[in-house]
Design a protein around this ligand. Structure first.
Ligand SMILES: Nc1nc2[nH]c(O)nc2c(=O)[nH]1
Length: 462
């Protein structure tokens, strides 16, 4: 029998390190040793001597190393419908955009996924997710195109296979032509999980069951979606409590608020994370804490759509797992996650808790470990600890934007978006000096423009 090949090591030294472990351990000058796709050791000072099979040494002087950022809510297809309906609230924004979104096809979705992923990855995202809920008839293999784009770029990825089965004719929001049948959506979701979901420790692709929102889905889809997810052992995701209009809709149709409605369908639990959660009262937050339901906090999108300010400090105090989300880029045109750390901190300080709402380290935790928690991956990513997967970022903090800020974490969270000198996923470098190593940004930009124009033309002709 052939001897197992020895692990290949990468040694990184002389960096400030924020591990985001349970004790928030930090090193003013430390080292990180990667062996194959895992962190082998991490600590203060220089790396241990005598390591074998060291294939690369990096002198990270002038950098902060953090866990890779984890994005917990997005809609990639919206990359080709950015900058539209810019002065709308959620409901009239959705009504304005559904007719365009209902005309997407596989080629458009592939390019939109590449654009969304590229924008995040070059800014330090190592784990991404896409809540894709628009599946027009005969539009091709949309889920396959999205997953292929993430895999090509080397980004760890969760596809939340979304669905909508209720429309205007039922008194719901989407136009009739934009929705699937309940049975069709459930069958396609099951097929997607069986084809793509990987449950292993170092999985690069996972799939979640993700009916869209209370005003676009039936109670049956929520209940059967929850049953399906639990039968297959995968996570569940949806939008909830985003706006006052949604709250009113739920009270009028279901006789209760969104959180009680979700709980009545089985759609709360440790295996669920929900986007937005802006309009939550004390009992809603307590229900999330009691059931272990996670939250994807999307501060920029909530501001763009005038939704409100989520009560993140109260959620954290109650023990609710909270991560950060870019949200779709039709409601957050920047498409970056690293700026959401700063926006989460600043926007939450406009709420009841003022300057005590969040600090820099809590913001970093939301964007890393918190994200890993809500995606169900806190055992393998989200903090820098021996045995965890080697997903991490080297932020350059000795340049113009940051060198005069003494504290490295404050520099990265409060300061301008810090340049990413290197980003690693699963022990493999995917970004160097803010450039993607496995994608051509200029080509993606050209393709995205062409596909955005093609979609606008098709919509105008329909
Ligand atoms: N911010 C967003 N909220 C949503 N609700 C829903 O049903 N779709 C969306 C969306 O695309 N963005």
């Amino acid at each position: 029998m052939a001897a197992p090949s020895a692990a290949q090591r990468i040694v990184i030294e002389n960096a400030a390190i924020a591990t985001v472990d349970a004790n928030d351990t930090e090193y003013a000058s430390g080292y990180l040793v990667v062996a194959d796709n895992k962190i082998e050791s991490i600590g203060a000072g220089k790396a241990p001597e005598g390591l074998e099979n060291v294939v690369r040494r990096i002198d990270a002087t002038g950098h902060l190393i953090t866990p890779g950022l984890v994005n917990t809510h997005h809609h990639f297809y919206q990359w080709i419908t950015r900058g539209l309906a810019t002065d709308h609230n959620l409901f009239n924004w959705l009504v304005a955009l559904y007719p365009t979104w209902s005309r997407i096809d596989e080629s458009m979705v592939r390019v939109a996924a590449q654009g969304s992923l590229a924008m995040m990855a070059r800014g330090g995202v190592t784990t991404a997710m896409d809540h894709h809920y628009v599946y027009p008839k005969n539009s091709g293999d949309l889920s396959g195109a999205i997953i292929g784009a993430a895999s090509d770029m080397g980004v760890r990825f969760t596809l939340a296979r979304g669905s909508m089965d209720m429309s205007e004719k039922d008194g719901f929001l989407p136009p009739d032509f934009a929705v699937e049948t309940t049975e069709g959506a459930l069958a396609a979701t099951e097929e997607t999980v069986k084809k793509f979901h990987d449950a292993s420790f170092d999985a690069m692709t996972q799939v979640a069951v993700a009916p869209c929102s209370p005003f676009s889905i039936s109670t049956q889809l929520l209940k059967q979606g929850a049953e399906l997810a639990r039968r297959l052992g995968v996570r569940m995701h949806t939008h909830g409590s985003e706006t006052v209009e949604e709250e009113k809709f739920c009270h009028e149709l279901f006789g209760m608020g969104p959180t009680d409605y979700f709980e009545s369908t089985g759609f709360l639990g440790e295996d669920v994370w929900m986007a937005h959660c802006v309009h939550m009262n004390d009992s809603d937050i307590a229900a999330f804490a009691r059931t272990g339901t996670g939250v994807a906090h999307c501060p920029s999108s909530n501001a763009r759509l005038a939704a409100g300010i989520a009560r993140v400090p109260d959620m954290l105090k109650a023990g609710v797992p909270v991560g950060l989300g870019v949200d779709g880029t039709a409601s957050n045109e920047s498409g970056e996650l690293h700026t959401e750390l700063r926006n989460a901190l600043l926007i939450n300080r406009l709420g009841a808790h003022r300057e005590a709402a969040l600090n820099a380290r809590q913001a970093l935790r939301l964007g890393t470990y918190g994200g890993a928690q809500v995606l169900g991956r806190a055992d393998n990513i989200g903090s820098l600890e021996a045995g965890k997967l080697a997903d991490f970022v080297l932020w350059k903090i000795d340049g113009l934007g940051h060198s005069s800020i003494a504290d490295p974490v404050t520099a990265v969270v409060f300061g301008a978006a810090a340049p990413v000198t290197a980003s690693f996923v699963n022990g493999r470098q995917i970004v160097e000096n803010n450039r993607l190593l496995f994608a051509d940004e200029e080509q993606i930009a050209r393709d995205a423009r062409a596909e955005a124009q093609r979609l606008a033309r098709i919509t105008a002709q329909s």
